[in-house]
Design a protein around this ligand. Sequence first.
Ligand code: MG
Length: 463
Amino acid sequence: MSEHGAPVLARERADSDAVLAAVEAADLRLVRFLYCDYGGIVRGKATHAAGLADRLEEGIALTSAQMAMNALDQLQPVAGMTAVGEVRLVPDPASFVMLPYVPRTGAMMCDLLTLDREPSPGCPRSFLQRVLRRADDRGMSVEAVFEHEFFLGREVDGRYHPADRSLCFSTVGMNAAAPFTDELIAALEAQGLRVEQALPEYGAGQQEISIRHAPALAAADNQIVVRETAKAVAARHGMVASFAAKPFPDQIGSGAHVHLSLWDIHTGDNLLYDPDRLPHRFSELGAQFVAGVLDHLPALTAITCPTVNSYRRLQPHAWASAFVCYGFDNREAAVRVPSTFWGREQGTTNLELKTVDNTCNPYLALGAIITAGLDGIERRLDPGPPLDVDPGLLTDEERERRGMRRLPGSLDEALDELAQDKVLGSAMGEMLREGFLTVRRSEAEFYRHRPEEDEFASHYARY
Ligand code: MG
């Protein structure tokens, strides 16, 4: 579990000159220009270091059609994303890292810009920045972190098997994974991330690594750094790391719980904390944010749990939540407000959304969560009383009496909810919304006609 605390930058955020100097000093040969698409796949192109100074300004050309590609490399029909037309992959120097797991290579996360140098309406990273400007207009900055769960496995004849049979939090599992874990932590630290905890999780071969929170845009960049690094380091140990939501039918799923807090940009105070609001000292503004997230949660789930495979995880009693509810220290509630740490009550007040997994595009996920929360603040929504029991243990009648909705049971249902959600839809804009819906619907359609074993194996491999 991530220990929240007062904001600290996770890494020095470099500018263009600093990137050029670092690339020259390290004698790098290639710099990857990366983006994350609607299918949650990290893709990119790499420039030779000799051309980097120009490309930092000009970007790298990408066909507009590329964002219409699903996670099966099938191009989908999306208006504005055809073979005619180009965008530019323009890197954010602040996201520069040197990759410790491949020779002489660096990487930056990119925004998609139109030829007029404007953010492309289909760009997920630009969407998050738009949403963060809205928070900034309200005097708020957002700190966030994704909590990473993943499996270590080995491939045999196109099927994957857990790398160990460790029990939850067991030292046997710690020892089995130790050579991998040590190299992973070193590689993350070399990229400026601060690791907080590492442990063997509930599933056989399952790992969790938590890192320090960061301003929301950097937090989304960091989600990609962790995914990329864990997969690359696992490969060096003869294993395949997977961030798929439920890659083994007989094992628990992997989540990417999002912890989030709001800070006053003028005073530096945590806006979720209110010492006078007993017993939990959780502010009214925080409650409104939670209410907004709950109000949009069925639609939001399409973005935060965006694969067919994700819905095998969102079941009762799976530490993932299956119902729209919140609670204090309630680990079966979709939104949990964790207890704070002694002596650091203000610094450690935060909220956690459990209905997220690492197959999401982190820019879309954080942008949508914050959009939903801001809507709750703007409408002064009340989340009602917190839930202090496991919602899965209540009867259907009791859940109905409390107005507690079941989360969507499939990707199709979640996408239908998203298509109906006007607040999320207008924040995303037409091209982004349509692109995302079309790509994800095409994946749902593909797996509808495939055997379950293929779904497990293919999600294991892709994520
Ligand atoms: Mg966990």
